[in-house]
Design a protein around this ligand. Structure first.
Ligand SMILES: Cc1cc2nc3c(=O)[nH]c(=O)nc-3n(C[C@H](O)[C@H](O)[C@H](O)COP(=O)(O)OP(=O)(O)OC[C@H]3O[C@@H](n4cnc5c(N)ncnc54)[C@H](O)[C@@H]3O)c2cc1C
Length: 399
């Protein structure tokens, strides 16, 4: 029997496994997909090229994530990223200019100047992203320009997010690159954490139910197999966690079920560099389109290939996604190589989210059950690792 079963092999689950195994626990991680990583998903081609379908950037303010990288002996794998270049797309056309200059050029100056008196004072507390940022640029500038740009950050419409959940100020580690990825992509961090001594990973192992047993918990897989451990952790999106917990922790399940989620469909591909004519960019953000953003591999340039992950709003058929990708980048479908598609569910916090999480934590406090992932302190990798570290510390004190 294992000491701890973790359901979900994204960075939330992997970082919890890292801390538990480091403390001597025997850990089993169950992942429904054929490989671990979740939103850390690196597509690797036979030609040695890679691009990210999910998370792409880490910062030297990610102290807990850096602790994990150090523990997994990955600090030598840190890969610098070129300076970010942001470009806007208007009806699929790349607008001239980049970064702040381009952003400023898209605003109505009249509305922007009229907003100046509102620039000073006022906190983010109790404000949505829309209400907070509209103050600075005006409602119309927000809707047309700033809103789409901010929605590219969480890859979903960010208008109703609590303003204080979008960006976080954290202490920086001066001895580490300001922003980085890993030499073979960020999924490496999950792979290495789950390959540590004491951790067993099972892929293609979807959990469909959880029961209490005299010795702890039993996780029932979709295959019908039953696995037992003294402690249990769920590192899943809130709705999936709620579904599993209904029978063992109904109050926690009911609170998790209140939290909203969004679906994201990502189309990723590599293209021979000479076939692409759009200028290099880190992010291509449409002012209005079927997708939230295109994130490229241009920050780690390659002489032969360019890589793209196009993050679509839900509801489009595959052919429509491929068609739009080709229209926007001036390609034909045969140019797209190493194509990967991915659908993920993301938390979609609204005002009151933090109160729900606090209530949920109060009910978890004495249970040998941990919940982790990107729906507690925030959506970034660092938030997941911080939560996992704290949840392991809590579980460990329960004996
Ligand atoms: C497109 C995109 C770009 C991003 N960019 C950045 C970035 O640059 N920097 C940054 O810091 N953050 C970024 N983020 C956010 C960050 O990547 C995520 O918040 C984080 O990786 C989520 O990790 P998680 O472990 O909480 O959840 P997930 O990664 O969603 O992992 C959950 C895992 O559980 C598995 N699972 C689900 N149900 C079951 C089940 N029943 N049984 C077993 N397994 C199950 C899933 O397959 C998945 O692997 C980005 C996110 C996205 C989507």
């Amino acid at each position: 029997m294992q000491d701890l079963i973790i359901v979900g092999g994204g960075i939330g689950g992997a970082s919890l496994a890292f801390h538990a195994a480091r403390a001597g626990a025997r850990v089993l991680v169950l992942e429904k997909d054929s490989e671990p990583g979740g939103c850390l998903c690196t597509a690797r081609t036979d030609a040695g090229f890679w691009y990210e379908l999910g998370a792409h950037t880490c910062y030297n303010s990610y102290g807990a994530f850096l602790e994990l990288l150090e523990g997994c002996e990955l600090m030598g794998e840190l890969q610098p990223r070129a300076k970010p270049v942001l470009r806007f797309l208007d009806d699929g056309r790349v607008l001239p200019g980049k970064n702040l200059g381009l952003l400023a050029s898209q605003f109505s100056k009249l509305e922007l100047f009229a907003s100046i008196p509102r620039w000073f004072g006022g906190s983010q507390e109790g404000q949505t992203v829309r209400s907070y940022y509209s103050r600075f640029v005006g409602a119309k500038n927000y809707e047309r320009v700033l809103g789409p740009m901010l929605s590219a950050v969480p890859s979903q419409t960010a208008d109703d997010f609590p303003a204080d959940m979008l960006f976080k100020k954290r202490e920086r580690r001066k001895d580490v690159l300001r922003s980085f990825t890993l030499k073979r992509g960020l999924q490496t961090a999950v792979e290495r954490a789950l390959a540590r001594p004491g951790v067993t990973l099972r892929t293609n192992a979807a959990a469909k139910g959880v029961e209490r047993s005299s010795r702890g918990f039993v996780v029932v897989l979709e295959s019908g197999e039953r696995l037992e451990a003294a402690k249990l952790a769920l590192a899943l999106p809130p709705q999936a966690a709620a579904k599993l917990l209904g029978g063992v922790a109904p109050e926690v399940a009911a609170l998790a079920a209140q939290l909203k989620e969004a679906e994201l469909d990502t189309l990723g591909f590599a293209v021979r560099a000479e076939r692409v004519h759009v200028p290099t960019a880190t992010f291509l953000i449409p002012l209005k389109d079927q997708f939230h953003s295109i994130v490229t591999r241009d920050v780690v340039p390659d002489p032969t290939w360019r890589g793209f992950a196009m993050h679509f709003r839900p509801g489009l058929a595959r052919e429509a996604r491929v068609r739009r990708a080709c229209e926007v980048l001036g390609l034909s479908p045969s140019d797209l190589e190493a194509v990967r598609e991915r659908r993920v569910r993301l938390p979609s916090p609204v005002l009151g989210h933090a109160d729900t999480v606090r209530a949920l934590d109060a009910r978890l406090a004495k249970l040998p059950l941990a919940l982790t992932g990107n729906w507690f302190g925030g959506l970034a990798i660092e938030d997941c690792v911080l939560r996992s570290r704290a949840e392991w510390q809590r579980l460990a004190t329960l004996g």
